[in-house]
Structures are given as C-alpha cells and as structure tokens.
Design a protein around this ligand. Sequence first.
Ligand code: IMP
Length: 194
Amino acid sequence: MTITKLVIASHNAGKVREIGELLAPYGVEVVSAGTLGLPEPEETGSTFAANAELKARAAAAATGLPALADDSGLAVDALGGAPGIYSARWAGDSKDFAAAMALVHERMGADPDRRGRFVCALTLAQPGGEVRTFEGTVEGDMVWPPRGSHGFGYDPIFQPLGHAVTFGEMDPDAKHAISHRAEAFRKLVAACFE
Ligand code: IMP
C-alpha cells in the first residue's frame, strides 16, 4: 500500500505535531482535520481503540483520503485506570492540564502505588472502509510536583520506568524513542508503510 498523503484526524496541535514528526521520514504529506475544518466526532467509544476507529472513519469518509487517528490517555492503577479515555475531558473545555494533573494527584492521595501508563491506539482508515488498529503503551510512575515544560498534557507528572526525568523534562526525541505513541507507530509503519 503506498500512502503519500493522509489526514490526521485530530484537533490537538500537540498530537498533530508529534505524529507529523514521526511520519516525516516516510515522505508522507500530512494535513490535519483541524486545518481542513472537519467537525470533531463525539468520542462515544468505551475503549481507546473504539474512539480511534470512529475518529479515523469519520475523517476518511469526509475527505476521501486515508485518515489516521490516535486515541490516547493516561491510566493510573491507583485510580482504577482513570482518567483513561477521559484524559482530555479531565482538563475541561479550557484544556487546563495544570488542573487535570492536580486532580490526578489529589485523587491518588498517599496511595503507595504510583504506577500508571500512557496508552495509545492508532487507527488507519481507508476511504473504502478498511480499518487497522495498532496499540502501544509506556509504563511509568506518577510524580508530584509536575516537572518540565516539554511535551503536552500529563507529561510533567509522568516519569517513565528506568528514567530519572519526566516526559515533561525529556527532549522530544528521547520521548519519541519510548512513548506509547511511538510504539503504536512502529507497529503501524511495519504493517502499512514498509
Ligand atoms: P484524546 O485526544 O482523546 O486522545 O486525548 C488524549 C489525552 O490524553 C490528551 O489530551 C492528554 O491529556 C493525554 N495524553 C495522551 N498522550 C499523551 C502524552 O504523550 N503526553 C501527555 N499526555 C498525553
């Protein structure tokens, strides 16, 4: 399958930038759903994969181009997997991630189990209806206070296992080497771009 142009079905500028960087070596031209003014479908799925699939299908149908959607989030063991698929929604309409990180910290309290993981489901949908979904995860510990100003979302309170810095403190290349999104991408690229 040769894909030269695809739509990234996301309105999140941080994600669009990261996905663009990850696909750059494959000579794929990317355009974002936000730039095209596509409506954002409601995320009614109960799993990361279901939400990635509905976003990718909607963008492929609207544009006639292959579409790539990611649904991702933070799952904290001490919170029974929350915020999970609600990770973006915990930040509210104003996308206040300082508040969302504070909420994670407050709800975890003094629980000795600090373990969590970022999860990413990545779906490539063809305009004809075919979909393929790939998943990646990265394990880490939740830290407080937040550290670092790189990345986005919950990066400043997530310290990947085996590292002494948070995703917020890592330079983007170091994060891309180990992130949940990078793992899902490696699987996608191996299956669809190589
Ligand atoms: P989605 O747009 O519904 O997939 O929302 C995913 C949300 O999960 C983002 O808005 C972030 O809050 C969080 N998230 C996903 N990936 C990352 C990451 O790499 N770093 C920090 N937060 C992330």
